[in-house]
Design a protein. Structure first.
Lengths: 309, 313
C-alpha cells in the first residue's frame, strides 16, 4: 500500500467516522460471537485443560481425531446427518413444489390465505413445543396407541424405545414443520410469473397439466434450485432441536437420532470430552465450509445473480 | 393513459376467463380436499393437546387421548396454579428476553445495515461480507461455549440475548430494503440542510423503514420466545429458567415428581394420583398459547417477510 492510498483511506475514515461508529455495535457482537470462536477450532489439536485455557493448553496433533475415528458413534452420527438431510431436502422440495402449485389454483383468495397461514403455522413452533405435540400422539397412553391402534385391534407400541421407527418419524416431523415455509416461498415465485404465458398457452389449447409442466415448473426452477443448493450446503449441519427434543433425548433411540450436532453436545457438555468434541466440530465446520464453496461454485455456473457470493 | 387502463381491463377479463377454465370441478374438488387434509394435519395435533389438558386423567389413561374431552375438568391447570412460581418466573424471563432482545437486535441491525446500504460509503461490500461470512463458517459449539463461559456469561440473561442479536439474513434483508426504497438524493438533500448522520438515521431512515422493521422485529420476537438452546447450555440458575426451558425440563423428566417442579404438598393438595399426562399437556398449552393467540394477527406480516427474503434485490 503506497502513501497516497493510505491517506485516501485515512481521509475516508475521518469523513465517514459516524458511519463507522454506527457499525461498531454489530461488529463487536459478530467478532465476539462468531469470529473469536472461529479461531477456537485449534482446540481440535489441543489437549484442553481449564487452567491453561484455549490458547495455553498443550498441542497434541491429530490425537483427538484418532479417538474420534475409533468411535462407532461418530460414523453413525455422520451417516445419519447426511442421510436425514438428503431425505429432508427431497421431501421438502417435492412436497412444497406440489403444494405451492396446488395453492396457486385455489380460486377464492380468502381460502387460499387460510390454507397458507395454517400450513405455515408449525414453522413458528419451537421444537420443545413440538416434542409435547409428538408426545401427545406417541406416548404410552397417547392418541395413536390408545385411540387409533386400540380401535383397529392393534397392540400398543412403545414408540420412545424402538429406534427403527424413528427413521420414518423424524422425516415426517421435519416435513410437517417446514413444508409450509417452502410452499409459501415457492408460491410467491409462481404468483410473479407473467400471466401472458398462460394466456398464450390457453389460446394454443394447452391443458392445465401441460401448462404446469411447460410454464410453471420451468419458471419456478431457478428459485427451487437455489433453495435446494442452500440446503445442500448445510447438509453437514443437523437441526439440533429435531434430533434432541423430538425423541425426548431417549437413550434407546440414539442409533436413529444421533447426528453430529447431538454427538458434539453429548460428548462435550455431558461427558466433558473437550478434545474429541472439538475434533468433531472442526471436522463438521471444515467439511461444511467446503460444501458451501462447492455449491456456490455450482450456483455461479448455473446463474450468476443467484450465487451467494 | 386511457389506453393503458383499457388494456389492463382487457387483461383482467382474460385472466378471469382463464381462471374459470382452469380446472374441472372434479379435480378442483380433489385439490381442495387434499389442502383441507393437509391443513387439518397442521392443526389437529394442537387441538389434541388442548383437549387433553382439559380432560380427566382417569379417562385419558383408560380411553386414550381424544380430540374432544370426555369429561371437562380444570384439574391439570389447578395443579399448575399451585406451583405458579416457576411458570410466572418462566414467563417473566421469556418476556424480558424477547422485549430486550428484539429491541436491541433491531437497533444494532439497522445501525449496521444503514451504512452498508449507502452507495457513497466506500467499504460497504467489505463490511457486509464480514457479517455475511458468519453464515458460511463457524467455530462450532465447543469454542463458542468456552468463550461465553470464560467471559462470565454463564447464568446471565446476556447469554440468552447476545447469540441472536445479529442475524446475517436480517442484515441482508434490511440492507436491500434501505437501498431499494430510500432514494440516495433524499439523504444528500438532508445533508445539505445540515442534518448529521445520526439525525438522518433516526429521522429519515427509520420512519421510512417501518415495514421492514416490523417484519424483522416479528422474526426476532419468535426467535427469542422460542429459544431453549442457549438456556440448555448456559443456564443452571433456577431463577433464570425461561418458559421454553421450563417446558423442556418438565417433559424431559419422565417422572414428574422427581423433576423438583412440584413439591409434595402441591401434589397432595390436588389429588392422590398425579395427573401427569394432562398436566404435561396443560404445560404445553401454557407455553404454546401466546403464539397461538398472536398468530392470526402476525401471519400476514410473517408471510410477507418470508417472501421478501426469498427475492434477492
Amino acid at each position: 500500500m503506497n502513501m497516497t492510498k493510505l491517506t485516501h483511506h485515512i481521509r475516508n475514515l475521518v469523513r465517514f467516522r459516524i458511519l463507522f461508529l454506527m457499525m461498531l455495535p454489530a461488529l463487536a457482537i459478530v467478532i465476539f460471537n462468531n469470529y473469536i470462536p472461529m479461531f477456537g477450532v485449534i482446540l481440535a489439536f489441543k489437549n484442553y485443560n481449564f487452567s491453561d485455557g484455549i490458547w495455553g493448553s498443550p498441542w497434541v496433533g491429530w490425537e483427538n481425531f484418532k479417538y474420534l475415528v475409533q468411535t462407532d458413534v461418530a460414523w453413525t452420527a455422520t451417516r445419519n446427518t447426511i442421510a436425514y438431510n438428503a431425505v429432508f431436502i427431497i421431501l421438502n422440495t417435492a412436497g412444497a413444489v406440489a403444494l405451492s402449485i396446488g395453492l396457486n389454483e385455489v380460486r377464492r383468495s380468502k381460502l387460499k390465505k387460510t390454507f397458507q397461514s395454517t400450513l405455515l403455522f408449525p414453522h413458528f413452533l419451537s421444537y420443545v413445543a413440538i416434542s409435547y405435540i409428538l408426545y401427545a400422539l406417541l406416548g404410552q397412553a397417547g392418541f395413536i396407541n390408545l385411540s387409533v391402534f386400540k380401535s383397529l385391534g392393534l397392540d400398543p407400541v412403545s414408540w420412545y424405545s424402538d429406534a427403527d421407527r424413528w427413521f420414518y418419524i423424524l422425516p415426517i416431523v421435519n416435513t410437517w414443520k417446514h413444508i409450509g415455509y417452502f410452499a409459501v416461498v415457492y408460491l410467491a415465485a409462481i404468483v410473479s410469473i407473467d400471466t401472458e404465458y398462460y394466456e398464450a398457452a390457453l389460446i394454443d389449447g394447452a391443458s392445465k397439466w401441460k401448462q404446469t409442466l411447460h410454464i410453471t415448473l420451468p419458471m419456478l426452477a431457478p428459485v427451487v434450485i437455489v433453495m435446494v443448493l442452500l440446503q445442500i450446503s448445510r447438509i453437514f449441519n443437523a437441526d439440533f432441536g429435531l434430533f434432541y427434543q423430538a425423541p425426548l433425548n431417549s437413550g434407546s433411540l440414539l442409533p436413529a437420532t444421533e447426528v453430529i450436532d447431538t454427538f458434539v453436545y453429548r460428548n462435550f457438555l455431558l461427558n466433558g470430552n473437550v478434545g474429541m468434541s472439538a475434533a468433531a466440530g472442526f471436522y463438521q465446520a471444515t467439511v461444511g465450509f467446503v460444501l458451501v464453496l462447492v455449491t456456490n461454485f455450482i450456483v455461479r455456473r448455473f446463474s450468476k445473480e443467484n450465487a451467494l457470493f | 393513459m386511457e389506453e393503458v387502463v383499457r388494456s389492463k381491463t382487457v387483461l383482467k377479463q382474460k385472466t378471469k376467463r382463464w381462471d374459470a377454465n382452469a380446472m374441472s370441478p372434479v379435480s378442483y374438488g380433489v385439490l381442495i380436499t387434499v389442502l383441507v387434509l393437509a391443513s387439518l394435519a397442521c392443526i389437529l395435533p394442537l387441538l389434541l393437546v388442548v383437549s387433553v389438558s382439559f380432560s380427566d386423567e382417569g379417562h385419558i389413561l383408560r380411553d386414550g387421548y381424544k380430540l374432544f374431552p370426555e369429561a371437562f375438568t380444570l384439574d391439570a391447570y389447578r395443579f399448575l396454579v399451585d406451583d405458579w412460581g416457576k411458570i410466572s418466573t418462566g414467563y417473566s424471563i421469556s418476556i424480558i428476553i424477547t422485549v430486550a432482545g428484539t429491541f436491541l437486535s433491531l437497533l444494532i441491525t439497522s445501525l449496521f445495515a444503514y451504512p452498508v446500504s449507502r452507495p457513497d460509503f466506500p467499504y460497504r461490500n467489505q463490511f457486509s461480507f464480514i457479517v455475511f461470512f458468519t453464515m458460511l463458517f463457524g467455530g462450532g459449539l465447543v469454542p463458542w461455549y468456552l468463550l461465553y463461559s470464560q467471559a462470565g456469561l454463564k447464568d446471565t440473561l446476556l447469554a440468552l440475548i447476545i447469540p441472536h442479536l445479529v442475524v446475517p439474513f436480517n442484515v441482508i434483508i434490511m440492507r436491500i430494503f434501505f437501498s431499494n426504497t430510500i432514494p440516495h438524493a433524499l439523504i444528500e438533500s438532508a445533508k445539505i440542510d445540515g442534518a448529521g448522520e445520526f439525525r438522518i438515521y433516526a429521522r429519515i431512515i427509520l420512519p421510512l423503514s417501518l415495514p421492514v422493521l416490523a417484519t424483522i422485529g416479528l422474526f426476532q420476537m419468535l426467535v427469542y420466545w422460542n429459544d431453549w438452546f442457549t438456556s440448555l447450555i448456559f443456564i443452571n440458575n433456577e431463577k433464570l429458567v425461561n418458559l421454553q426451558y421450563l417446558m423442556y425440563k418438565v417433559i424431559s423428566d419422565l417422572n414428574y415428581i422427581n423433576s423438583g417442579f412440584a413439591d409434595t404438598q402441591a401434589i397432595n393438595a390436588v389429588s392422590k394420583t398425579l395427573p401427569s399426562e394432562t398436566v404435561r399437556m396443560a404445560m404445553a398449552v401454557i407455553g404454546i398459547g401466546p403464539i397461538i393467540l398472536v398468530y392470526p394477527f402476525l401471519q400476514k406480516y410473517l408471510i410477507k417477510g418470508l417472501t421478501v427474503g426469498s427475492v434477492k434485490g
